[in-house]
Write a protein that binds this ligand. Structure first.
Ligand SMILES: Nc1ncnc2c1ncn2[C@@H]1O[C@H](COP(=O)(O)OP(=O)(O)OP(=O)(O)O)[C@@H](O)[C@H]1O
Ligand SMILES: [Mg+2]
Length: 287
């Protein structure tokens, strides 16, 4: 039985346009349902409205049309049930690494001793031991991103909203963190909405991939990922199901009709790019 956690219905978001008197619609007629405990990835060309979508689900901005329901209830501003890792880290510059990670726990009124323990666990997870008392400006971009991920995970929300969380992390650390995220998700049953520019990352992590089209942003199609759970990145990367799903997403982004597996001719194969899971930023022409 489907059990929706997030229902997005006819969602639209407009902004005042500088060039014309008409408003600019970043999102319009956007429909998507994320089931309880589902890992759903969103991909789409730069500027198609992915971050705008997450801002709306987080409750940081207000919809111009349509509605978003969480557990059947319309959202009304930011709430403790949704944890976020936004594009661009968004750390508190006046707080140390440890204090940043403890932030959500303070809001939840977790006692100090317990907060410290949880923060330590997640500092270890994102491999930032020794940097506990550093401030964000003393860290590299990738390290800051890891703090933002640790902060969201430590906070332990029911819904995790992640906007390109691994984009600035080096390839090796990325795979460690992707596997950790999968392990945490498998253990905790969180609902995850995950925005990425990497087709491979989207497929490797998720149950379904929503492919967006541009201007105004809307859902073009949702691709099912028929990979087993529990899953580790290295085990799925070269499987036929992985290639099928990445091919489908790739075709949708290029406005091509789906190719069936049987149609995987040598010509079609050679025309397809090969990309590693580490190639998070694909060329602009692609996505
Ligand atoms: N506050 C704002 N005011 C005006 N326009 C905005 C605002 N926020 C976003 N936009 C516009 O909405 C569109 C979607 O932006 P958004 O940041 O959601 O794209 P995105 O899919 O996240 O892109 P990227 O993949 O590059 O991160 C863009 O054309 C952007 O210029
Ligand atoms: Mg964005």
């Amino acid at each position: 039985m489907p059990d929706p956690k997030i229902e997005i219905k006819g969602l639209g978001r407009s902004f005042k346009s500088k060039e014309s008197k008409d408003d600019f619609w970043a999102l319009s007629g956007f429909d998507l349902t994320v089931e309880k405990g589902e890992f759903l990835a969103v991909v789409g060309p730069s500027g198609c409205g992915k971050s705008t979508l997450l801002d709306l689900v987080v409750g940081l901005s207000k919809a111009s049309a349509g509605e978003i329901l969480i557990d059947g209830k319309p959202i009304s501003g930011p709430a403790l049930d949704r944890g976020i890792v936004l594009q661009g880290y968004a750390l508190f510059p006046w707080r140390t690494v440890k204090q940043n990670i403890e932030f959500g726990l303070e809001i939840k009124k977790v006692p100090k001793k317990e907060r410290g323990k949880v923060a330590e666990r997640f500092i270890k997870l994102v491999e930032l031991e020794g940097f506990e008392d550093h401030y964000p400006h003393e860290l590299s971009g990738g390290m800051q991103q890891r703090v933002a991920i640790a902060r969201a995970l430590a906070y332990d929300p029911e819904v995790l909203l992640m906007d390109e969380p691994f984009a600035a992390v080096d390839a090796q650390t990325r795979e460690v963190m992707q596997d950790e995220l999968l392990a945490i998700w498998e253990k905790t049953g969180k609902t995850i909405l995950f925005v990425t520019h990497s087709i491979e990352e989207a497929v490797a992590l998720s149950d379904r991939v929503a492919v967006m089209s541009k201007s105004p942003g809307t859902v073009k199609e949702v691709v099912n990922v028929a990979l087993p759970r529990p899953r580790r990145i290295k085990d799925v990367r070269n499987t036929p199901a992985f290639r099928l799903a990445t091919g489908q997403v790739w075709d949708l982004l290029q406005n091509k009709a789906h190719e069936s597996e049987a149609d995987d001719s040598a010509e079609a194969k050679s025309a397809k790019p090969s990309f590693d899971i580490g190639n998070e930023i694909l060329p602009d022409a692609v996505i």
